[in-house]
Design a protein around this ligand. Structure first.
Ligand SMILES: Nc1ncnc2c1ncn2[C@@H]1O[C@H](CCC(=O)c2cccc(C(=O)O)c2)[C@@H](O)[C@H]1O
Ligand SMILES: [Zn+2]
Length: 353
């Protein structure tokens, strides 16, 4: 783990355990995973960008006043991705960063609308992500799958385009497993996206919208009722509604919890106020994720350390969280069993040593 990300309240040997623990990541954005190393490489290709390349300056640049400011900055990084080769580089290098953290499987949220509307050819875009996916699996051993998400604030035109790209048999990439909805929630009601989710679900995709990140629990209910959500991105405000928590627990609908993200975007005031404890207490299936890790000064290992501190977990508890991520994934049964087995073997060996 990177030295600056060592949480002083988590014992060093627990950090060491997390660093080698096999993991699955279910909520992480493609562009939001561009590390300073990747941003520098892209900025060197496109020298007119306002995104700083110096890592020190990037820390300031990635400090957000609120969610809207975060999206502005996010879109400035989106503007750095201009060619299919940029798409391939980003995807492949993100997988390299994941493999270093023992991520065995990741569902990466991609917003194809942002690229096609900026003029990247749709077929070349699909080829670039698929080429990177195959190379990453062969070279790093990390299996990538895609979630195509609608950038809700960009309106129904973006929903139509995303649904088309996700369901057209000539375009739809092999690695695509799910359909999402992201961006700001205020003023972007979930029910209007129902027809697009219906099409994606009919085409065999899983439904994983963001909901309850920046608005209240009704948005989570809407995602469940209107969009057929099988997992909820964030779902932070669910803690305000005991009936909703009970529903999520009973139906085994996982929450994709991203603690540091919620602080960075000011969705939650402090980590100590994060509702992850209420989720766990209510019996909700909690998965741990990093969202936009370099933008939030975190990585997946650090999110596990944060969860260990907030939930008071030891090695067995952390292994349980990692298994939640595998169970809540859209991997097939043998694929899940392989990673679960690896987690158990690793944990047993660690505890015996
Ligand atoms: N924590 C997050 N919570 C929610 N979303 C998050 C989070 N992190 C990253 N995202 C990503 O931000 C995108 C938003 C992009 C967007 O709003 C937009 C609006 C208008 C035009 C365009 C364009 O491209 O021209 C884009 C989402 O689709 C999502 O993939
Ligand atoms: Zn997200």
């Amino acid at each position: 783990m990177t030295e600056h990300l060592v949480d002083p309240d988590v014992p060093r040997d627990l950090h060491a355990f997390i660093a080698r623990l096999p993991k699955a990541e279910l909520h992480v954005h493609h562009v939001g995973s561009a590390s300073p190393r990747i941003v520098s490489e892209l900025a060197a290709r496109h020298r007119d960008s306002k995104v700083p390349t110096d890592p020190e300056a990037l820390v300031d640049y990635f400090t957000f006043t609120d969610f809207a400011h975060f999206i502005d900055v996010y879109l400035s990084v989106v503007d750095l991705i201009r060619t299919p080769e940029d798409v391939r580089l980003l995807t492949y290098e993100v997988a390299r960063d994941m493999a270093r953290q023992q991520v065995r499987y990741a569902e990466l949220t991609i917003t194809p609308f942002s690229s096609t509307r900026r003029g990247i050819d749709e077929g070349a875009f699909m080829d670039a992500i698929e080429d990177a996916r195959k190379a990453a699996e062969a070279e790093f051993g990390t299996v990538l799958r895609w979630c195509f998400d609608i950038p809700g604030e960009a309106g129904l035109e973006s929903a139509e385009e995303t649904a088309r790209l996700a369901t057209d048999d000539r375009l739809r990439p092999e690695g695509l497993v799910s359909f999402g909805l992201g961006g700001p929630e205020i003023g972007v009601a979930r029910p209007q996206f129902k027809p697009y989710f219906d099409r994606a679900i009919a085409a065999g995709l899983h439904s994983v919208p963001h909901a309850g990140e920046t608005t209240g629990p009704q948005t989570v209910w809407d995602a469940l009722t209107h969009l057929g959500a099988e997992r909820i991105g964030h779902g932070t405000s669910s803690a305000q509604d005991p009936k909703l928590l009970a529903h999520l627990a009973e139906r085994r609908i996982p929450l994709e919890v991203c603690p540091t993200s919620n602080i960075a975007t000011r969705a939650v005031r402090t980590l100590d106020e994060h509702p992850i404890k209420e989720f766990a207490r209510a019996g909700v299936l909690v998965t741990i994720n990093s969202d936009d890790p370099p933008m939030f000064g975190t990585d997946l290992n650090n999110e596990y350390a944060v969860a260990a501190r907030l939930l008071g977990l030891d090695e067995r508890g952390l292994a349980g969280l990692a298994k939640n991520g595998v169970e809540a994934s859209f991997l097939d049964a043998p694929g899940k069993a392989r990673i679960i087995d690896e987690i158990d073997t690793y944990t047993a060996a660690w505890l015996a040593s």
